[in-house]
Design a protein around this ligand. Structure first.
Ligand SMILES: O=c1[nH]c(=O)c2[nH]c(=O)[nH]c2[nH]1
Length: 303
């Protein structure tokens, strides 16, 4: 029975970097967490301990800082592509690279006088923007996304018609709170040239707006239906996107029974439950385009 080395990758995880664009007195900050990984023939270090081919993880960390200094961080998509290309183009033994970036939002502090501050910031909502770039040889894939986009509708949501099987106790409702923290990732089609020409910020803002529009605008009979409507909306409005995956917890809100105290509760007082929660996950794809499972490799959980 032989034993062999299987698939492998390595790099530096969670390089925390804040870039300050000081080109004008109105500074722009970019707050990111970068995980850089390389693929290639790294069997020697695993089998014999020879590090002759190993681009040290410390070097990968330094590369994050150096590329941020030399080219700035315009968008996380562009930066991840630049990182991946740097390693694959420079070193023969590196045949591929995976660059994963999270970006945390900051807004300008609005002071009473004179308004938006030039260099004082306040953390935006808990929402995080994400990207995973995978480059294998010349083939590049870009999967953009967001996590923790927390949304709630105080009406316009029903849930009924489910089977009454053994252990069912849930009561049907035609008016409930629907709340979720959307995690979504969407894969862009196209070539490296397309990637270079894309306006990543514009696409991100537009996808986010479609998600919000469809969440708000869909009269919901299930969170599953709302999820699909959101995904469909993105694919309908963005021909450059070929698939989108969602992970959406159903943040349950239970109507509090106030009848022991002789009080009615016409959907006004709710208990916001923490756990357990429903977890609704699905991909929405185009039927005429090939799946690309390799692009999703290493993405924890459903998306
Ligand atoms: O939108 C919902 N989908 C479900 O599958 C489900 N199951 C449940 O108990 N409540 C809900 N709500």
């Amino acid at each position: 029975m032989g034993i062999v080395l299987g698939t492998n990758q390595y790099g530096k995880a969670e390089v925390r970097l804040v870039h300050v664009d000081r080109s004008t007195p109105r500074h722009v900050i970019t707050d990111v967490n970068v995980t850089s990984q390389l693929f290639g023939d790294f069997s020697e270090t695993h089998l014999t301990g020879s590090n002759a081919a190993v681009i040290a993880t410390d070097t990968q960390k330094n590369t994050v800082y150096a590329l941020a200094r030399t080219g700035g961080i315009t968008t996380i998509e562009e930066f991840a592509l630049r990182m991946a290309r740097n390693f694959v183009d420079k070193y023969d033994q590196v045949t591929g690279s995976r660059q994963e970036i999270e970006q945390y939002g900051w807004g300008r502090i609005e002071t009473s006088e004179p308004g938006e501050h030039d260099h004082a910031f306040v953390r935006a909502a808990t929402e995080t923007r994400t990207v995973v770039v995978t480059k294998r040889g010349d083939a590049e894939t870009v999967i953009s996304g967001l996590t923790d986009l927390t949304v709630l509708k105080s009406t316009g949501s029903e849930f009924w018609g489910f089977p009454e099987v053994e252990y069912t106790s849930l009561v049907e409702t035609t008016d409930r709170i629907l709340a979720t923290a959307v995690s979504a990732r969407w894969r862009y089609g196209g070539t490296s040239t397309d990637h270079d020409q894309r306006d990543w910020d514009k696409a991100f803002a537009s996808v986010r707006q479609v998600l919000l529009d469809r969440f708000a605008g869909t009269h919901s009979y299930s969170l599953q239906q709302t999820l699909y409507a959101m995904g469909r909306g993105v694919l309908e409005t963005h021909p450059e996107i070929v698939e989108i995956r969602f992970s959406m917890p159903n943040k349950h809100h239970f109507l509090v029974d106030l009848s022991p105290w002789g009080l009615e509760n016409p959907n006004e007082v709710w208990h916001a439950a923490d756990r357990p929660y429903g977890l609704i996950e699905a991909a929405v794809t185009r039927d005429d385009l090939p799946a690309d499972e390799a692009a999703w490799a290493g993405i924890a959980g459903f998306c």
